[in-house]
Design a protein around this ligand. Structure first.
Ligand code: AKB
Length: 315
């Protein structure tokens, strides 16, 4: 039986991942942790510890306390925030990874999940159907840290036998927790503001196409790659993963099908340049072949589900 530690459990992915893992493995076998206490309901649904991802001793003492076998390292600074604080982004994104890789190398844990991102690609990468193996010259602080992290994951697997598994997440859309500091965050904010104000000002231009995924699919993929037999995980850097791609104009049209009076305008800011450096859509055939990945949600399914869930939270 696995005992799981989630570092960064109060973030956008961690919130839903923790609940799903607790349903699957039992609440006492899934230890949520974050640098500060999360909301009371979340913290009271199972064990919670305050853990700074940069403090190796703290991580190690929680591993010892609970007999942790698997770590999901979800703490990171995302693309927009990282541009504003490069030194801290590099420190957090790299050194938290080294801590868990080294703990695995020393035999303290058996398996690691570490998230990478479409941000590993850059302006010289082919933008359509971006292949698994291609030119990778990321031009953002976040992308550089994820690209370096991927190289270290593969190195620790090949040289030290560490069982580390990773996905290059596209932009993630969810209703239960807000994202923080990403370039794809507009695709979450737009639903909130469609319901609360009936209008939204996009910080990306109307035709900026990016790869995206509903959180339900992202959490399923994360658990699927961790549960797959070792021999199926043939890529130890990180897997391309894809579900849908759309522009701000297209997501606005999908919302208008439910809220006919909804309006959108466009005032691009510094995040436009980040988005312009990323792919429009992704070829994820390796994930589909190696561990049977299949997405469920397209733009219309996601829009229906997002609006239904957000409305029930507001009511
Ligand atoms: C971001 O926008 O920074 C993230 C990502 C694509 O990794 N959502």
């Amino acid at each position: 039986m696995s005992t799981i530690l989630i570092i960064g459990a109060c973030g956008q992915i961690g919130t839903e991942l923790t609940q799903k893992l607790r349903n699957l493995y039992g609440k006492d076998n899934v230890i949520a942790s974050d640098v500060r206490e999360g909301n009371a309901a979340f913290v009271s649904s199972g064990p919670f510890e305050v853990v700074d991802a940069l403090n190796r001793n703290q991580i190690e003492s929680i591993i010892d306390k609970y007999g942790v076998t698997e770590v999901y390292l979800m703490a990171a600074l995302l693309s927009a925030t990282a541009e504003k604080n490069p030194a801290f982004a590099w420190d957090l994104n790299m050194n938290s990874l080294f801590h868990v890789l080294n703990l695995a190398k020393e035999g303290k844990i058996k398996k690691i999940f570490w998230p990478s991102s479409i941000a590993v690609f850059g302006p010289t990468t082919p933008k359509e159907d971006t292949p698994q193996y291609t030119v990778m010259e990321p031009s953002t602080v976040y992308g550089i840290s994820k690209q370096a992290g991927e190289r270290w994951c593969e190195y620790y697997n090949k040289v030290h036998g560490v069982d580390v598994r990773s996905i290059r997440y596209p932009g993630l859309i969810s209703w239960s927790a807000m994202p923080g500091g990403g370039t794809t965050d507009y695709a979450v904010a737009i639903y909130h503001e469609a319901l609360s104000k009936g209008k939204y000002t996009s910080f990306l231009s109307e035709d900026t196409r990016l790869p995206m995924m509903y959180m339900d699919d992202a959490v399923r993929a994360t658990i699927a790659i961790m549960q797959a037999p070792t021999e199926n995980i043939k890529i130890r850097s990180s897997y391309n993963l894809s579900a849908m791609d759309f522009t701000p104009k297209e997501i606005a049209e999908a919302i208008k099908a439910h809220i006919p009076d909804f309006t959108i305008d466009y005032v691009p800011d510094f995040r436009q340049k980040i988005a312009d450096s990323w792919p429009k859509n992704i070829d994820d055939s390796h994930a589909r072949n190696d561990w049977n990945w299949k997405h469920k949600y397209d733009l219309n399914d996601m829009t229906t589900d997002m609006l239904k869930n957000l409305q029930s939270v507001v009511e």
